[in-house]
Design a protein around this ligand. Structure first.
Ligand code: HAM
Length: 431
């Protein structure tokens, strides 16, 4: 029996046979990652890579035991030494763990970080929701200023714009500081109490553990109930309110369109003050393309210094799926410039050397090593979308002359073997 891929995960390939799943083409991912690297560079964020797994305790303390992620979705296992480990379900807690461990507060270069990394959540697989997904995330540590919140939103928004994404809605809210949240929690409990028995099963559970998450419920009857719920913005302390108003003012100045959504509470426990989510109408039920917020208490909770921080995470799958739906510019298959077809042993050796010379110059080229019939090999060259093909046999080597054939129109050029590299370099520049 063939061993098949596990549920909820996928391969990225240079060619995706299923036309509905073109977002899995690896060269689309390369393109998006390249743009992300360019944008993060212009915002002066630097890359961090943390391990795929961490001690389970990190997520229990960092993300919160009452969250869906920790209570239902973690890939947790005991290693051979009997220690509980968890495949990273999100990027913020690991980045903060590294920050604390390496005392990065003393390293200015490490205050603004980004990552491109796989995350693991045992969720019910469906379109846009996977058990291994990949996030582009960024975290800025050390500044409590609203300008820092605005910078993070500008970073994610600019990245989306550079990728060609349109019609995205930025939803913004504040969950305030601890004092604001404690006051609001009570207001909300008082409001929800009479409806307690009519709430969905999930929300009834949340009533005890984290009533704010009821605002986020997808159940139609819960949505009706929370419509009239008090707004968290009315419970903000004057400082929290000032912070939020300043973030709004800065976003207006940056011309980033947003709506204030007082029902927006995110699914992780660490947030304080600003929270935001960016959604696309093209994503269906799983419509959040990215989200984040400020988390001023997390570093201290994890045993580090009392430093404020803010960040976001954005699903690469959802970014690329939206790009395809919106017909954003995406690269075509990275075809080789030249495909060599050797005929005979001497030509095989000669072609190996030629290839190396071309490749050292940075040219993309390949050669047939199947040594099948010419017609079959030409079919391969066609499939690879090689721009030029050159058949090299003993005759070419003896005369020191080769022909290169442009596959698009069949035009043939003859040139000296010695000038092949220089000619191909010229052709590459014209590409
Ligand atoms: P999150 O909202 O849980 O936040 O995830 C961020 C993004 O990852 C989502 O908006 C979505 O695009 C994508 N995503 C999440 N789960 C899945 C899944 N199962 N399949 C596909 N895509 C998914 C966080 O993870 C926070 N760490 C973000 C953050 C960073 N907040 C502050 N700093």
């Amino acid at each position: 029996m063939k061993v098949q891929i596990a549920k909820g995960v996928f391969d990225l390939l240079p060619c995706e046979p299923d036309p509905k799943e073109q977002w899995r083409c690896s060269y689309y991912w390369n393109h998006v990652e390249k743009i992300i690297r360019e944008v993060t560079r212009s915002f002066a964020y630097h890359e961090i890579r943390t391990p795929l797994f961490e001690k389970t305790e990190l997520f229990l303390r960092g993300v919160g035991e009452g969250t869906d992620i920790v209570s239902k979705e973690m890939y947790t296992f005991d290693d051979r030494g009997g220690r509980s480990m968890t495949l990273r379900p999100e990027g913020t807690a690991p980045v903060m763990r590294a920050f604390i461990e390496k005392q990065l507060q003393q390293q200015a270069r490490c205050h603004k970080l980004f990552y491109l990394a796989p995350m693991f959540r045992y969720e019910r697989p469906q379109s846009g929701r996977y058990r291994q997904h990949h996030q582009f995330g960024a975290e800025a540590v050390g500044s409590a200023a609203p300008e820092q919140d605005a910078e993070l939103i500008a970073l994610i928004y600019t990245t989306y714009c550079r990728l060609g994404l349109r019609n995205l809605s930025v939803r913004l809210n504040s969950v305030g500081d601890q004092a604001s949240r404690a006051a609001y929690r009570q207001n909300l409990i008082d409001y929800l109490q009479p409806f307690r028995d009519t709430l969905s099963e999930e929300s009834q559970k949340r009533f005890e553990i984290n009533p704010l998450r009821i605002l986020d419920s997808k159940s139609p009857s819960d949505i009706e109930i929370v419509k009239q719920a008090p707004s968290i913005l009315d419970a903000l302390t004057p400082e929290a309110q000032e912070h939020f108003e300043r973030v709004c003012l800065l976003l207006n100045g940056l011309e980033i369109p947003f709506v204030v959504d007082t029902r927006l509470v995110r699914g992780l426990d660490y947030y304080t003050h600003t929270v935001f989510e960016i959604t696309s109408e093209h994503l269906g039920a799983q419509n959040s393309i990215g989200g984040g917020g400020r988390y001023d208490g997390l570093i201290k909770t994890l045993g580090g210094p009392d430093l404020p921080a803010v960040g976001f995470g954005s699903g690469m799958e959802r970014i690329i799926q939206t790009m395809i739906k919106q017909q954003c510019p995406l690269p075509s298959f990275p075809s080789p410039l030249l495909y060599l077809i050797p005929l005979g042993d001497l030509a095989k050796e000669k072609c190996c050397i030629l290839l190396q010379k071309l490749r050292i110059q940075g040219l993309s080229c390949s050669m047939d090593t199947s040594y099948r019939k010419l017609k079959q090999v030409m079919r391969v060259a066609n499939e690879l979308q090689a721009e030029y093909v050159s058949v090299i046999g003993e005759e070419e080597i003896n005369s020191n002359k080769v022909q290169i054939k442009r596959m698009a129109d069949g035009v043939v050029e003859e040139l000296s073997l010695d000038t092949l590299v220089a000619t191909m370099l010229e052709k590459d520049q014209q590409r």
